[in-house]
Ligand binder design. Structure first.
Ligand SMILES: Nc1ncnc2c1ncn2[C@@H]1O[C@H](COP(=O)(O)OP(=O)(O)O)[C@@H](O)[C@H]1O
Ligand SMILES: [Mg+2]
Length: 256
């Protein structure tokens, strides 16, 4: 098991109508890898993450999670469609996605947000789910907030709750899509610090971020996406310290 990649993407293409957004992405994340995905706005970063849990259906290509390829079939009007909905539900339940805008359920307390999927999708006993949720909320510094609603929390607190919700499914991999970019600057640090702890535990993650210093610090591998292709990739010190592609050089200096 240990040698099976957590996420393996082969020649992934995605187009919306005639707009080609991903043009042949191949990427492997082994267990414990922290893959930072950087690139300009519109380069396809969110689409790539959304294809990994099939929130977007690829036009072509293959994605395997923990060695298990999604079963897809050709759609009538081109592209692929899901061939086995239950497989997707099962795999997706273990791919924790953290979005820019937190996406907590607004009409549920923080605790209820965290126990929902463990109870209703994974079939965990309620007592056990609550016990585990309380541990996770303590871990992200929200032990005292469990009974309040997301709307009365700061963005940083909401995002930490969203991370606890993902941890509650014991994810095979965590997918972060610009987790700090909707936050006021003074709240960014508390969320990065939670992510840094998870990285230190060698939790597999794909992290789309504009926080370049953070990416350089925690990533094991960095991927530069440009116009739907991986233009350059490598270890963080090489990508940030010795970029080859002129576009990557320009990108790094523009966000520094
Ligand atoms: N559902 C969609 N329908 C049509 N175009 C889309 C859709 N989602 C994304 N796009 C387009 O795909 C391109 C890449 O978007 P996205 O993956 O969100 O880029 P990034 O996250 O790197 O900023 C953009 O041109 C965007 O407008
Ligand atoms: Mg995006």
């Amino acid at each position: 098991m240990a040698n099976v990649p957590a996420i393996e993407i082969r020649d992934l293409h995605k187009q919306f109508g005639s707009l080609k957004v991903l043009k042949g992405i191949s990427l492997t994340a082994c267990q414990g890898d922290i893959v930072a995905i950087i690139g300009g706005s519109g380069s396809g970063k969110s689409t790539l993450l959304r294809c990994i849990n099939l929130l977007e259906r690829p036009t072509s290509g293959e994605i395997a999670i923990q060695g298990e390829p999604y079963r897809m079939k050709d759609a009538r009007h081109g592209g692929l469609e899901i061939a086995d909905r239950r497989q997707v539900q099962r795999i997706r339940a273990h791919l924790g996605m953290v979005f820019q805008n937190f996406n907590l359920w607004p009409h549920r307390t923080v605790l209820e947000n965290v126990i929902e999927v463990p109870i209703h999708v994974l079939g965990m006993k309620r007592d056990e789910a609550i016990h585990r949720a309380e541990e996770l909320l303590n871990r992200v510094g929200l032990g005292s907030k469990k009974d309040i609603y997301p709307a009365v929390m700061s963005g940083g607190q909401q995002q930490r709750a969203a991370i606890a919700r993902v941890l509650a499914v014991d994810p095979l991999a965590m997918l972060f899509d610009e987790p700090t970019s909707a936050l006021d600057p003074e709240l960014v640090g508390e969320v990065l610090s939670v992510i840094r702890d998870l990285a230190a535990e060698h939790r597999t993650m794909l992290l789309v971020t504009h926080e370049m210093a953070f990416a350089r610090d925690v990533a094991t591998h960095v991927v530069f996406l440009r116009e739907g292709i991986i233009e350059e990739q490598g270890p963080p010190d090489q990508i940030f310290g010795d970029p080859r592609s002129p576009h990557l050089k320009q990108f790094i200096s523009s966000v520094a």
